[in-house]
Ligand binder design. Sequence first.
Ligand code: GLU
Length: 305
Amino acid sequence: MMSPVPMHPVEIGALAPKGDMRPAFRFAPSPNGYLHIGHAYSALRNFDQARRTGGRFLLRLEDIDVERCRLEYEQAIYEDLAWLGLTWDEPVLRQSEHFPVYAKAAEYLQARGLLYPCFCSRQDISRATAVQRDWPRDPDGGPLYPGTCRHLSEDESAHRLASGQPAALRIHMAQAVSRLAHPLTWREYGEGEVVRDVLAEPLLWGDCILARKDIATSYHIAVVVDDARQGISDIVRGKDLFDATSVHRLLQELLELPVPRYHHHDLLRDAAGQKLSKSTRAKSLRALRQEGVSAQDVRRRLGFN
Ligand code: GLU
């Protein structure tokens, strides 16, 4: 007998003030390093638009990766944002305090037969995909999952789970997409009021992971669940997340969540044209501060007054 489909897991707008119709913006950094000027740009864009539209500006800490996130970085985020003159309108949402709700969202998809357990290690995947020189890759450059565990029988999966083998949950992407009644799009707001409809292409990601072995959730699940719970109307973030929006649109559809407006802004680059990131050792805001750069200088440099 099929187990009953769980109740809808996400209470839309549940964390927003009741009846509040104002637009809502969010800055959602991961406390796994110090903020750099690229983060400052994103935070200021959101804050500025919230203030100009009479909207709410929220701070969400995307700290599901409990191994890499640290309280020291979280503290630094508060200090850096205060230094920049930013304040947020509601208590900070720390994702690490909400694992059960993300698990419910995954269960909901699983009960619809859209997720399957995957026991593969990174090495298993490299080995399986090395057989072909030009193995297809996802928009982030990772090899598309070769589908190994999609072909396991239910008995085999159940046996491995029962014996304690750790498993991630992957989405059966082709199946998920085939259930859609219409093509998925989103409204992308460009610079200078240009608006266009973008066709979401979740198939580009293959059977991506929606619940990791170590933390039982993923960025994709947590972000769409919280955007809905916080009633976020406008997502303003860097172009590095443009392609991920295809997965987010699919999840919003499958979880029956509202679709926010999106704006993906250009990424700041260093003098050599490299995109700024923690991994390229972009100078942190605190390092700039220690060098005597003022918050006003940073704001001016980024085009905010
Ligand atoms: N936590 C993500 C990051 O720091 C941002 C997520 C988002 O804006 O959707 O890159």
